[in-house]
Design a protein around this ligand. Structure first.
Ligand SMILES: Cc1cc2nc3c(=O)[nH]c(=O)nc-3n(C[C@H](O)[C@H](O)[C@H](O)COP(=O)(O)OP(=O)(O)OC[C@H]3O[C@@H](n4cnc5c(N)ncnc54)[C@H](O)[C@@H]3O)c2cc1C
Length: 334
């Protein structure tokens, strides 16, 4: 047990000041389902924990606006997943949440904390004696020569091939979401697509956030691509498992022809992976199993297989293709 101190903040300003006072080993605490888990494994050893669950105004779920959907960072995964407007008009967003974790976890976990959950790479989570540049910079990457069945085929480097695990972030990146953050230097908005970094030579630096920056809310532009959308998640068992491959897809159709498309993939890359070339390949085309499969292949373009994970390149392409056909059917059924 590593001793740590604890503060419960009442305002964002108090929380930010508590991080400054606590120094570099300080962490925000929301639902705790990632942070406490990693503290029990001694992977995260914060010296100070700043509980933000008492902050007011950060649990809002507003899906009635004409321009955007707004989710406070402390809104619970389960509450967002069952919001009636999200269920009916944005099934992609709802499915990405209820296909994640378990009901107990979703009742505890927040949509802000979800974006900052850390990789499930076993070499990262199970500590010494495994080398891990993310956990212990400069120590190496045991996954490169190890059991890499679940590791990334896109966005990896010689320093790290750990998969980015959030399902919700994949859905959000497909729909051009942004996060509002506040820190000691003020407020700013970050497109979700820019929040997470590829590992490069510094896999321990996972996002563009400053250590004291607090995510306050997530905003998703209102889009006609919501209706014909889906989050298809392929995993080793039917529920309570992370993705082997997933696809977040939204379509705007004119009969059989694609007017607009959004595609992002999960479970396969080191960060949320938007696939614009695949999207472009569909625009103005009839959506058939063949054009869907071509988009799937483009989504996986550049994928690099390790020793055991090559099958997930084919699986990823098929997942995208199948998700496109599901989304098309949903559009036709409206
Ligand atoms: C057994 C298990 C299975 C799971 N399966 C899945 C799955 O299939 N798919 C999936 O997507 N997820 C899955 N998860 C992960 C789960 O969704 C996350 O643990 C959860 O969403 C994190 O939210 P939290 O509020 O509990 O975050 P916390 O644990 O409180 O925080 C997580 C991190 O974010 C930081 N943080 C939290 N809130 C903020 C904020 N507002 N601003 C800045 N920093 C913040 C914390 O400092 C910490 O570093 C699983 C988790 C477990 C334990």
């Amino acid at each position: 047990m590593h001793p740590f101190t604890y503060t419960k903040a009442n305002t964002a300003t108090e929380a930010i000041e508590a991080v400054a006072a606590g120094g570099p080993g300080t962490r925000y605490l929301a639902g705790g389902t990632t942070l406490y888990d990693l503290m029990k494994l001694n992977v995260e050893t914060p010296t100070h924990v700043v509980d933000v669950t008492g902050l007011s105004g950060m649990r809002e779920i507003n899906t009635s606006g004409d321009r955007e959907l707004v989710f406070g960072a402390l809104a619970r995964m389960s509450d967002v997943a069952r919001d009636p407007k999200i269920v009916s008009d944005y099934p992609l967003l709802s499915e990405s949440l209820w296909r994640a974790a378990s009901e107990q976890l979703r009742n505890m976990a927040t949509v802000g904390g979800n974006l900052l959950q850390r990789t499930r790479c076993a070499y990262f989570r199970f500590g010494e004696p495994f080398a891990c540049n993310k956990r212990n910079p400069g120590s190496g990457c045991a996954a490169q020569e190890g059991i890499d069945r679940g590791h990334a085929v896109l966005g990896g480097s010689t320093s790290c091939i750990a998969v980015y695990p959030s399902d919700w972030a994949i859905a959000l990146v497909a729909f051009d979401a942004e996060v509002d953050v506040v820190g000691s230097k003020g407020q700013r908005t970050i497109p979700l697509n820019n929040l997470h970094r590829e590992p490069g030579t510094t896999p321990h630096i996972e996002t563009v956030l400053e250590p004291d920056e607090l995510i306050t809310r997530i905003r998703v532009p209102v889009t006609p691509l919501g209706w014909a959308s889906t989050y298809l998640k392929i995993r080793d068992r039917e529920s309570y498992a992370f993705a082997l491959a997933s696809a977040a897809v939204g379509l705007e159709m004119d009969g059989d022809t694609v007017r607009d498309a959004r595609i992002a993939i999960g479970g396969l890359a080191t960060r949320p992976w938007r696939t614009r070339e695949a999207e472009q390949s569909l625009i103005g085309q009839r959506l058939t199993p063949e054009t869907a499969r071509k988009a799937g292949d483009l989504a996986l373009k550049g994928a690099k297989a390790g020793h055991m994970n090559g099958f997930r390149i084919e699986l990823g392409a098929r997942t995208v293709a199948e998700a496109l056909m599901i989304a098309k059917q949903r559009g036709l059924a409206r």
